[in-house]
Design a binder for this molecule. Structure first.
Ligand code: ADP
Ligand code: MG
Length: 701
């Protein structure tokens, strides 16, 4: 026949029609191809037929027998009608009950052979006997291959009101069997062979209606339910391959832009390194070399620097900025919050000024702005927030832009900032640990460096979970720690109490702590304070003038006070995993043992319990991010979806991480050999369909 499945409307498939087509559209199914790739979200094993006498209560079981009675029973109370079917297989009887579907009766005849599948129950009144509520049923014909709902591993699809799973399954069965021959496989054969991936048609069939007689193990119910049979993997691969192929085509097609080439001798960097009280770790050194080699090239650097909280990214940023400045250019460091920008400024300005350079802070709430000195080039290094890109700030010669904690910035903001200069080099820093392939996938065209080593003598922060009855222990620990001259953070979820939320707040918390610790200096910092006030408090904390700093999450990222060795997080159940890890990263920065106390209020949700448990067990940002990703799912984890990225419907980037890696390698190798896919016209068409409307992959010339 040769249908073009990607254009063949679902409406014209047997059993669909205009009304059901509308329902299917709401599931994202418009064409036959959409339907073919609409995979079950789980499977049920109904292939083992049991004798009724051997059934087990509570289990999903399948039986074959003869209908010996079929009646509609009307309950005296209410309007409830039950259709009741009694079936015998010689070993015993079982009843099937369907609620409010009296019309089913006409489908059954006494003496007819049927297959029933469902969870086995007892009769609710007598506590004995066998029953199914709303079982799946099928009529025993000679054609066993035509079984759709019983006697096999049965797919379960997500559906929508007005279309039952049974109806959708029947549609799928007919559609796949009638159209599978028209499905063409666009993935190059050698790629499939190299990676031991099965044939497309077989993979589709076995992902919808698995054939248990096939390769052993690959259609086991639990393998299928985890989505890791070779057939499901083949389909995930296709999706990931198309995704990566698009990315590689984009990258290849990009004209290599002209950019600045920084050939510094490294005088300023050496001056800086001489002043530091520590030596760079091997990882820091390696990453700086990667950055340096990018900066030397006459093309714009576009690099993502990832490293766990506390690994020492800031110093790398300073070194890169000094490199640009030595070549006569200005550098900008952009942070996601005012507090962090201020912190960077406080930490850096002395060291920068000691190297003989000019630095300024530029945030939304700073009134006196040295705009002229920025425009004239007198100021070499500018630290700020996104105010930097929103207001009319003009640079003389912006050469390098560093963005801290990138996961909080949108792609748009990055693009805007780059427009301020003629292709400056861009370095993006993040503590969000993203698996390498995933990072490259999500950030498409960024190169990637990772600091995978913490400075020496860092000890893991001891993390403990407490409930509200254990507060005295916490207070005693705080008293002991401050007696040693150390400082403590106490973090609250909100600034002020409101009637609604019932949460303890920073303002009330500070008052309470002042009463509990009359001899200690307690102070408060939060996002609604004026910048000068915040700066004053932070400076005072840094110089040891405050013992207990009560705060909100304004201190979440970047804040660096090595003498602070204890943190109490109040209402820890309220915070996300990434946030908890970031917060905890504020302690454990000096050489001494640090502590993080998580104080949780009841009731704890299931997810909250999981999060807190992971925090107690692990200090490893990478593991924590993986768990976080698993709890929240990728969409939420990475914030708003990046524009221009197609959705993944089959593959799961966590489960299929290794497959993603393979897909990426194959895709990039292919584009390297044949940038315009001239040898694979069908693949090219498929690729354009996959990315349709998102981006123009190939320049039409
Ligand atoms: P992050 O990567 O989270 O931004 P920072 O750059 O704030 O981490 O560094 C954390 C702390 O570690 C700072 O106090 C910094 O001075 C210190 N530090 C950075 N590099 C080293 C090193 N190689 N040896 C010892 N301490 C270091
Ligand atoms: Mg930092």
């Amino acid at each position: 026949m040769g249908k073009n499945l990607s254009e063949f409307p679902i409406q014209y498939i047997k059993g669909v029609g205009p009304r059901r087509a509308k329902l299917l559209n709401t599931l994202g199914i418009r064409t036959v191809e959409d339907a073919i790739y609409y995979l079950p979200y789980r499977y049920e094993d109904r292939k083992n037929i049991k004798k009724i006498a051997n059934l087990s209560y509570g289990q999903l079981e399948t039986v074959i027998g003869k209908v010996i009675a079929a009646d509609v029973i009307k309950l005296p109370k209410g309007n409830l009608k039950i259709f009741e079917l009694t079936v015998s297989d010689g070993s015993g009887l079982i009843k099937g009950k369907w609620f409010n579907q009296p019309f089913l009766k006409k489908n059954f005849e006494i003496g007819q052979e049927v297959v029933l599948s469902g969870i086995v129950k007892r009769n609710p009144y007598w506590g004995i006997g066998f029953e199914f509520d709303n079982p799946e049923y099928e009529f025993l014909t000679d054609d066993r291959d035509a079984f759709i709902h019983t006697s096999r591993i049965v797919p379960v699809y997500r559906t929508t009101a007005g279309l039952s799973v049974r109806q959708l399954r029947t549609i799928m069965f007919n559609l796949i069997n009638s159209c599978i021959e028209d499905l063409s496989d666009v993935i190059p054969e050698e790629i499939l062979e190299r990676n031991n991936l099965p044939e497309l048609r077989k993979s589709i069939l076995n992902s919808h209606f698995p054939d248990p007689e096939l390769v052993s193990g690959e259609t086991d119910i639990d393998v299928l339910n985890r989505g890791v049979s070779i057939y499901q993997k083949r389909l995930s691969f296709d999706e990931l391959f198309m995704f990566e192929l698009g990315l590689s085509a984009l990258k290849k097609g990009k004209v290599i832009e002209k950019g600045l080439s920084f050939n510094a001798e490294g005088i300023l960097v050496h001056r800086l390194l001489d002043m530091l009280p520590f030596r760079l770790t091997a990882a820091q050194q390696r990453v700086f070399n990667e950055i340096l080699s990018d900066m030397k090239k006459p093309h714009p650097m576009n690099r993502l620097l990832q490293g766990d909280v506390g690994c020492g990214k800031t110093i790398i940023a300073i070194m890169a900025m000094l490199t640009a400045v030595e070549c006569g250019y200005q550098s900008v460091l952009m942070a996601p919050t005012e507090i962090l920008a201020e912190q960077h400024y406080i930490n850096m300005h002395k060291i920068i000024e000691d190297t003989g350079l000019n630095i300024c802070l530029l945030t939304g709430s700073i009134k006196k702005r040295p705009l002229d000195d920025i425009a004239s080039g007198k100021i070499n290094i500018i630290i700020g927030t996104h105010a930097l890109i929103q207001e009319g700030v003009g640079f003389k010669s912006l050469g390098l832009v560093i963005i801290d904690e990138q996961h909080r910035f949108g792609v748009m903001q990055r693009a805007l900032l780059r427009e301020k200069a003629i292709n400056p080099d861009v370095l993006v820093m993040t503590a969000t640990p993203i698996p390498r392939t995933l990072a490259m996938t999500l950030y498409g065209d960024l190169d990637y460096s990772v600091i995978d080593e913490l400075p020496p003598e860092r000890r893991p922060v001891i993390t403990r979970l407490f409930n509200t009855k254990q507060k005295d222990y916490i207070y005693k620990a705080i008293a002991d720690e401050t007696r040693k001259g150390r400082q403590v953070y106490v973090v609250y979820p909100v600034i002020e109490e409101t009637g609604k939320s019932n949460l303890k707040s920073a303002i009330i918390g500070k008052e309470a702590l002042e009463k509990i610790f009359p001899d200690l200096k307690v102070n408060l910092i939060h996002g609604r304070m004026k910048p000068q006030e915040k700066e004053g408090v932070m400076a005072s904390f840094k110089s040891g003038g405050i013992d207990i700093l009560v705060s909100t999450t304004v201190i979440e990222v970047g804040v660096d006070v090595p003498n602070a060795s204890m943190m109490l997080i109040v209402h820890a159940e309220r915070f996300g995993l990434a946030q908890l890890h970031q917060l905890r990263g504020r302690v454990g920065r000096g050489g001494s043992q640090s502590y993080c106390f998580l104080l949780a209020y009841d009731p704890l949700g299931e997810d909250a319990e999981k999060r807190l448990d992971i925090m107690v067990k692990s200090n490893d940002g990478f593991r924590i991010a993986e768990e976080d990703l698993a709890i929240r799912g990728p969409g939420e984890f990475f914030g708003t979806r990046q524009a221009g990225m197609p959705d993944l419907r089959i593959a799961n980037i966590i489960r299929d991480a290794r497959l993603l890696d393979t897909a990426r390698k194959e895709a990039f190798a292919l584009i390297n050999k044949d940038a315009e896919l001239k040898t694979f016209p069908e693949l090219k068409k498929g690729l354009e369909r996959f990315w349709k409307g998102k981006v123009e992959l190939f320049k039409t010339s």
